[in-house]
Design a protein around this ligand. Structure first.
Ligand code: OAA
Ligand code: MG
Length: 233
């Protein structure tokens, strides 16, 4: 098996990335046709932080953070490091020292399908992390892997240069080439949601706003004042 550190990455433009970050993971996911999400095994390790950036991908041997060290050098300001392991692992392969190194390169956050440690320091430093686990288990630097090859993180294919948006709801990866179209669709959804929010706040019911009464009737859902004697039979 060959191992590579790929230096060149095609990134999306900063404006598109910022628009998707502002839209948020849920809206970007809807705007992308309900695609792109990493699975919920990867969770935010801080509250109220949203990031957007270009993926630098890392494929590591489980329990081995050698390739994270190798990846730091190819990161640019505005990137997000996306780390995977070649078999499932929750070892704490990333902590405040690696975060210090990434912050010095202008990396805006980490998404890792494995464990992190030094979590109190990471929060204090303001380096945001989305991970499968928090686990102090130490790792070694011994086995080869690759940087900037396609990887799978929590069931989602992530390619180098993908737009990563992460917030309290989770993480989404979008191909850079689709970014502008998704950002436009996200902006439309946000406008539309603003109008809906106003109506809902004024007391309009979802069943009326979405015209769901005919659907409920066609599905055989009946409104009664009391449950009939024969119950749900
Ligand atoms: O050094 C390691 O193996 C991971 C870690 O704790 C750090 O980056 O601070
Ligand atoms: Mg440490």
């Amino acid at each position: 098996m060959s191992h590579y550190v790929v230096r060149s990455v095609d990134r999306a433009d900063a404006e598109t990335i910022a628009a998707l970050r502002e839209a948020g993971v849920a809206t970007a996911h809807e705007a992308a046709g309900r695609g792109g999400l990493l699975g919920p095994s990867i969770q935010a390790r801080q509250i109220g932080v949203a990031i957007g950036g270009s993926a630098i991908t890392v494929s590591c041997h489980p329990g081995d953070n050698l390739m994270i060290h190798a990846a730091v050098e190819v990161c640019r300001p505005g990137d997000v490091l996306v780390v995977t392991t070649t078999s499932p692992s929750t070892d704490g392969m990333f902590g405040d020292l690696l975060a210090t190194s990434l912050m010095a390169r202008g990396v805006v956050g980490l998404v890792i399908d494995a464990g992190v440690r030094d979590i109190a320091s990471l929060r204090e430093m303001g380096f945001p992390v989305w991970s499968r686990a928090v686990h102090a288990q130490g790792t070694v630097k011994a086995s080869p892997g690759s940087v900037n090859v396609p990887v799978v993180a929590a069931g989602q294919l992530v390619s180098p240069g993908d737009i990563i948006v992460a917030d309290d709801d989770g993480v989404i990866a979008l191909p850079a080439a689709t970014g502008r179209t998704v950002a436009e669709a996200a902006a439309k959804r946000l406008d539309n949601e603003a109008a809906k929010r106003e109506k809902l706040a004024a007391g309009t019911l979802g069943v009326d706003m979405y015209d769901l009464r005919p659907l409920l009737a066609s599905l055989g859902v009946r409104y009664v004042d009391r449950l009939p004697e024969d119950g749900l039979a």
